[in-house]
Design a protein around this ligand. Sequence first.
Ligand SMILES: [Zn+2]
Length: 256
Amino acid sequence: MKWEELTTADFPAAVEQAQGVCLLPLGVIEPHGGHLPLVADLSAAQEVAIRAARQEPVIIFPWYYFGQILEAKHKPGTVALGGELILCLLDSVCAEIARNGLKKILIVNGHGGNNDFLGFFLRTALEEQRDFVVYVSNWWEGLDVDGVKRIGHAGEGETSGQLAVNPELVKMDQVPPPEQGQPLDRYAHLPGLATATNWYADYPNQYAGDGSRGTVEQGEEMIEAAVEKVVKQIRAVKQDEAAGQLYEEFFGQSQH
Ligand SMILES: [Zn+2]
């Protein structure tokens, strides 16, 4: 059930049918080589969420692409909001989802660059007690399919995914030349060290891997494997009581 397509009269029954679970597909607006649309990350996560919801009822939150993408702000079309703002915004949106009766929020993340942001976001829920629990799943993670092993960034896997989800927006004649998909290794002299520009140093064109090898069949295989996984995760979240109980227990103890 898509949140925005429900009527206000139907909403309470939908919450009940979803057993209080809301899926929040999370992306960013960022360049993907020269051939994939800016919306790629969000649309893949949304597609996984929509297909999963056909098998296990949930409410899906509308378009949300306010993730972390500061590293791509040198490229046209990127929407790179500040760190504090994206934390506050996501927390506030989750609070609104919960106020509407959906106390379990499963973020279906579609962008690798959100991982550090989401890890920190989860920890900030330990600062002050919320009345909801957030779970995070990266849709591509832990899938035993070939495309995921060569996902890259706008590379073989991600291009395959977009050929399955957004075929009309993929421009295979504009895949960058193969050498652009290789890391530049400009920080080879800084082994094991992180800096703000590590990603930019290797992949200044937001392109990693080989998008020319993408196929719709591989993309379908990836998306379907992700759907199967997310359906299981929704069922696990519906049954889960531990995350809420331990969260309360933690706050009980932290106050003494
Ligand atoms: Zn991304």
